[in-house]
Write a protein that binds this ligand. Structure first.
Ligand SMILES: NC(=O)c1ccc[n+]([C@@H]2O[C@H](COP(=O)([O-])OP(=O)(O)OC[C@H]3O[C@@H](n4cnc5c(N)ncnc54)[C@H](OP(=O)(O)O)[C@@H]3O)[C@@H](O)[C@H]2O)c1
Length: 281
């Protein structure tokens, strides 16, 4: 039973491969793909099959997927380019006769008005149309999106108001993804995944509590937050996407309100206090 993991050279994909290995999936039945395969030489050294493949080069995807049974499809990372890239992945999966896909989507993809959601909606539709049995892993926000050590000096900034975000660690999302793809069949088609809902004021308060420092959250308008991010060196288009995500988060777009993650993890999601402690260590 061979499982391909896309984005394995990135943070989430690597953690998912690690999680598959710790679940007992034999290394030679995992195919880890990405472009910068030098980053995962350590996985190759442990017996994982590592193949270079690009979402922009269909023939590399077809070669990587040949003979595989399942696909953990980690979404691509450049907003604006993802629809054709994801179509290439789905076409290659179809050609290879892949029998099950788990795709990392975004919270409430089917109803979300976030700019970030549009490519996920298109991908979910294309996956459904492909006829390949697919699990949608609708991830909320990563804790790692926040620079908590930086917040010790400068505080936290955003535009999410008092909206709750279902923040969880990448490691928890990766473990959930590994569980979803490793399972036989499909127990549930859509998982709304994330941690316990928390406002950014509450996140700042937890950082303050643990550090003993005066860490507060400053809420900006989406426009001011875009300017703030651009001032930090974030490219303007991406800054606008991030500020738009906070705009939606203020209205609940990143709050899952489910315990779906626990179903996949088979344990409670990592408590925010523990994740904050690890992030500050
Ligand atoms: N929910 C959230 O809070 C959140 C936050 C950030 C990202 N995300 C999404 O979750 C995904 C995984 O997150 P992450 O933290 O692991 O991101 P990451 O560390 O930036 O990894 C992105 C992965 O995508 C691969 N990739 C990008 N363009 C590619 C291409 N053209 N062809 C093949 N592979 C390509 C990269 O591989 P190479 O560069 O080696 O090719 C890398 O393995 C992201 O891609 C994004 O869709 C979600």
């Amino acid at each position: 039973m061979t499982i391909v993991v896309t984005g394995a050279t990135g943070h989430l994909g690597r953690l998912a491969v690690e999680s598959l290995l710790s679940r007992g999936v034999p290394a030679d039945q995992i195919v880890a793909i990405g472009r910068s395969v030098e980053k995962i030489q350590d996985l190759a050294d442990r017996g994982v099959v590592v193949k270079r493949a690009s979402y922009d080069e269909p023939e590399t995807l077809r070669a990587a997927f040949a003979g595989a049974d399942k696909l953990l499809f980690v979404s691509a990372s450049e907003p604006g380019k993802r629809i054709p890239q994801h179509q290439n992945v789905i076409a290659a999966a179809k050609d290879a006769g892949i029998g099950k896909i788990a795709y990392t989507s975004i919270a409430h993809a089917d109803t979300s008005d976030l700019m970030l959601a549009s490519e996920h909606i298109a991908t979910e539709r294309a996956l459904t149309e492909s006829g390949i049995p697919t699990v949608f892993l609708r991830n909320s926000w990563y804790l790692e999106n926040y620079d908590l050590k930086g917040a010790l000096e400068h505080g936290l900034y955003g535009a999410a108001g008092e909206g709750k975000l279902s923040i969880a660690t990448r490691a928890d999302y990766a473990e959930a993804a590994a569980a979803a793809i490793a399972a036989d069949g499909i127990d549930q088609q859509v998982y709304e995944l994330g941690g316990e809902g928390v406002t950014l004021s509450e996140l700042a308060a937890e950082v303050a509590r643990q550090s003993g420092r005066d860490v507060t959250y400053t809420n900006l308008t989406p426009e001011k937050y875009t300017e703030f991010l651009v001032g930090l060196g974030v490219p303007e288009g991406f800054a606008a996407v991030l500020a738009d995500s906070d705009r939606g988060a203020a209205e609940g777009a990143l709050h899952t309100g489910t315990e779906d993650i626990e179903k996949l993890l088979g344990r409670p999601v990592t408590p925010l206090a523990d994740s904050v402690r690890d992030a500050l260590a």
